[in-house]
Design a protein around this ligand. Structure first.
Ligand code: B4P
Length: 188
């Protein structure tokens, strides 16, 4: 019997994953697990993880798998994930998705649903330049979009083949996107 639903938010950088995952997590009282946030916090605290991750993030590249896999495994083993969870920014590569599958096999009561936010490149560049985070320069944003296309977009086929993928138009107001996500979740 399935009694835990894990939500995976997919989409290009700046598609609204972080914004929406945070809102949905509050609404459904489940933890929002953002690998980007965890890594930024590690950088701010200058932990060994943060020091290793920083050059990759500054350049708009993914941080090496060995730095993220362990932290996700550890986070998903915390008791607050028992009723459900949202992963935002993970998986970002097919090997990360395979790792997550193996992890979830250990908890057969968990099923996953994948929500993919679609937003065109021009809108993304505009949004991220406005946000102005350290890795939001135009050159880095373009690099992150290339990395997304090369390494993360293949996950759309990966999850579509398993029938767990829902597409959401993310190119509208945040409130409209939240409403569309809630509707998709009703129909799971
Ligand atoms: P993330 O923190 O995941 O950053 P992101 O993809 O740029 O952000 P997100 O998509 O959540 O932003 P949001 O739309 O909320 O990753 C940063 C870096 O960490 C990566 O480049 C990588 O180096 C590393 N990393 C993270 N996970 C990794 C992994 N698994 N493996 C390896 N490396 C990893 O926000 C964007 C802006 O748009 C905001 O300002 C927001 O206000 C605005 N916005 C949101 N929705 C909007 C809407 N509907 N309309 C207008 N504006 C909107």
């Amino acid at each position: 019997m399935t009694n835990t639903t894990g939500l995976i938010f997919l989409g290009p950088p700046g598609s609204g994953k972080g914004t929406q995952a945070s809102l949905i997590a509050q609404l459904y009282h489940i933890p929002h697990i953002s690998t980007g946030e965890i890594l930024r916090e590690a950088i701010a605290n200058q932990t060994p993880l943060g020091k290793q991750a920083q050059p990759y993030m500054d350049a708009g590249n993914l941080v090496p798998e060995e730095l993220v896999l362990g932290l996700v495994k550890e986070r998903l083993s915390q008791p607050d994930t028992e009723k459900g969870w949202i992963l935002d920014g993970f998986p970002r590569t097919v090997p990360q998705a395979v790792f997550l599958d193996k992890l979830l096999e250990e908890t057969p009561s968990t099923s996953e649903r994948v929500l993919n936010l679609d937003v065109p490149d021009e809108a993304i560049i505009e949004r991220l330049l406005l946000r102005g985070r350290k890795d939001d320069t135009e050159a880095t944003i373009r690099r992150r979009l290339d990395v997304y296309r090369e390494q993360t977009a293949p996950l759309i086929d990966y999850y579509r083949d398993r029938g767990s993928l829902h597409h959401i138009n993310g190119n509208r107001s945040p409130a409209e996107v939240t409403e569309a996500l809630k509707q998709a979740m009703v129909n799971f």
